[in-house]
Design a protein around this ligand. Structure first.
Ligand SMILES: Cc1cc2nc3c(=O)[nH]c(=O)nc-3n(C[C@H](O)[C@H](O)[C@H](O)COP(=O)(O)OP(=O)(O)OC[C@H]3O[C@@H](n4cnc5c(N)ncnc54)[C@H](O)[C@@H]3O)c2cc1C
Length: 414
């Protein structure tokens, strides 16, 4: 595939842009692959990419029931950070954040990674203690964060009202190399690179069953017919429970809708990402100028992939004390995605009771930031049967009581 470069753009400008290749092929499925990945979200595509790049496994199909990146990967608010509390989490999220730093160069696709800095506001005494503890843990883990004063918060983000009557800002956990990236571009960049390695991305095809023989996977049933495979990766976020059932096992996971909204575009007012966990809202400004606002998850299990007005009202009401300017903004659109939540708010990257079937799920409200690191670890697990980054996230932890409690770090939607 022809590389993207400034020279290529100039050349195509002179040729009316008629010489570009298709970014990825849309092939008919083959009868057999070494590896089938279900789900062409960021995590599924990244798994396929690192299987090819790091382990030389390229006879791979990624099967997607809708369009690639059309699940949570194309619906999130794009926050990237690695300031988690527990060691295994910090390791995988920091691996991921560091891969984001050079992802555009690695994929030859501009994913618009913008390490503009992420702050998590402390608005109660309890939060101050919690975030100071995380900052100390991060120092030991080699993750660059610091606890900053309320004056520094105001300096970094002048539109914040730090003297709110109910929830004044008391400080913040600050990660200067956290930030955002363009979510669609992450999916598109991985898809293009996978296609370039000869992998097949098969869209508009649902995996409806998993075939087994003697406790081992032999293939999948799809709406385009059966496909045989040596190994199967289930990477379907909010549909993990459904797919696990089709493969013959159960997962300790719940699916709920999570929502977000954007305002009309305005001139630049904010060049950091701010999360306010006490009031349950967070905000950043997109390159187009829209204020990107995330809210909470529904309080009950469901598969509704759409927004609802009461969430918009609740989230904006929560944020308006800290960001008075949003009271004068018109909201443009809102939407929802189906996220997969585990009890300890940590992901699952694991072998399963069916030999040859691997599962990657449970990223809940915060898996966009983890896409490169998760793909790296899942590919290693599938290729070698073991991955140091994934070890702590196995399914066994629920049986053995080795929970990785991230309910503070991942408690708010992000
Ligand atoms: C509103 C919202 C805001 C968020 N904000 C952030 C944020 O700021 N930062 C952050 O880090 N994370 C955020 N997240 C979470 C993040 O989006 C997800 O954790 C992440 O995108 C999950 O990626 P994935 O590849 O696992 O899943 P998805 O992108 O959902 O991909 C799974 C794919 O599997 C497909 N699929 C399902 N079943 C089948 C089947 N049977 N056959 C074939 N295909 C199937 C689906 O169609 C889908 O495309 C947010 C999520 C939402 C909804």
């Amino acid at each position: 595939m022809r590389r993207y470069s400034a020279f290529a753009i100039a050349r195509e400008a002179l040729r009316h842009h008629e010489g570009w290749d298709r970014a990825w092929r849309s092939p008919a499925p083959k009868a057999r692959y070494d590896v089938v990945i279900v789900g062409a979200g960021g995590h599924g595509l990244a798994t396929a990419y690192y299987l090819g790049k790091n382990h030389g496994i390229r006879n791979v199909a990624v099967i997607e029931k809708g369009w690639l990146g059309g699940g949570n990967t194309g619906r999130n608010t794009t926050i990237i950070r690695s300031n988690y509390l527990q060691d295994p989490s910090a390791a995988i999220y920091e691996k991921s954040r560091s891969l984001y730093e050079t992802l555009s160069q690695d994929l030859n696709y501009n994913v618009m990674f913008s390490p503009r800095g992420v702050m998590m506001l402390a608005q109660t005494e309890h939060e101050i203690r919690g975030y100071q503890r995380t900052a100390h843990a991060n120092a030991l883990q080699g993750v660059a964060t610091e606890f900053i004063s309320r004056q520094k918060v105001k300096e970094l983000c002048p539109i914040i009202n730090i003297d709110g009557p109910r929830y004044p800002v008391l400080g913040a956990l600050w990660q200067p190399r956290g930030g955002t990236a363009r979510h669609d571009a992450v999916a598109w960049g991985y898809a293009r690179a996978c296609s370039d390695m000869g992998m097949d991305i098969i869209q508009q095809t649902e995996v409806t069953g998993v075939t087994r023989e003697g406790g081992r996977v032999t293939g999948v049933e799809t709406t385009k017919g059966p496909i045989a495979c040596g190994k199967l990766g289930i990477v379907v976020a909010g549909h993990s429970g459904v797919m696990a059932e089709r493969a013959g096992f159960r997962l300790p996971i719940e699916s709920v809708a999570l929502q977000a909204l954007v305002s009309e575009p305005i001139k630049p007012v904010m060049d950091v990402v701010v999360m306010a966990n006490t009031v349950h809202g967070y905000m950043s400004q997109s390159d187009k100028g829209e204020m990107v606002i995330g809210g909470g998850a529904d309080g009950y299990n469901n598969y509704t992939q759409r927004g609802s007005f009461h969430h918009v009202e609740e989230t904006v009401r929560a944020l308006v004390e800290t960001f008075p300017i949003i009271s004068r903004l018109k909201m443009l659109r809102w939407w929802g995605g189906i996220v997969d939540m585990t009890g300890d708010r940590s992901p699952i990257i694991s072998k399963t009771p069916v030999e040859g079937v691997f599962v990657n799920c449970g990223w809940g409200t915060g898996g966009f930031k983890a896409i490169p690191g998760s793909g790296w670890a899942m590919a290693e697990l599938m290729a070698k049967g073991h991955s140091p980054l994934a070890e702590a996230f196995s399914l066994d932890r629920f049986r053995e009581g080795r929970f990785i409690d991230e309910s503070v770090a991942a408690g708010v939607a992000h």
